[in-house]
Design a binder for this molecule. Structure first.
Ligand code: SF4
Length: 71
């Protein structure tokens, strides 16, 4: 899974950092993928949390694909 935050859409609710703190952080008013967060997406538990965070992001700023992180 690949995951990133489109900062142009994020309005800083911090929802992602609360739902999946192993993957997302809240910095300078924006949700960001933590260093190593993309690799954490390889963990099935993190994948579920990422999907949920993406679904619940109020501005749909979280982009995730099912592509492997190494591709
Ligand atoms: S949940 Fe969405 S809008 Fe809120 S901080 Fe995360 S990326 Fe930004």
């Amino acid at each position: 899974m690949k995951v990133f935050v489109d900062r142009s859409l994020c309005y800083g609710s911090a929802e992602c950092a609360h739902r999946a703190p192993a993957v997302f952080a809240f910095e300078d008013g924006y949700g960001v993928v933590r260093p190593g967060g993309a690799q954490a997406a390889a963990d099935p538990r993190s994948r579920e949390a990422i999907r949920e965070a993406a679904e619940r992001c109020p501005s749909q700023a979280i982009v995730c694909t099912e592509q492997d992180v190494t591709s």
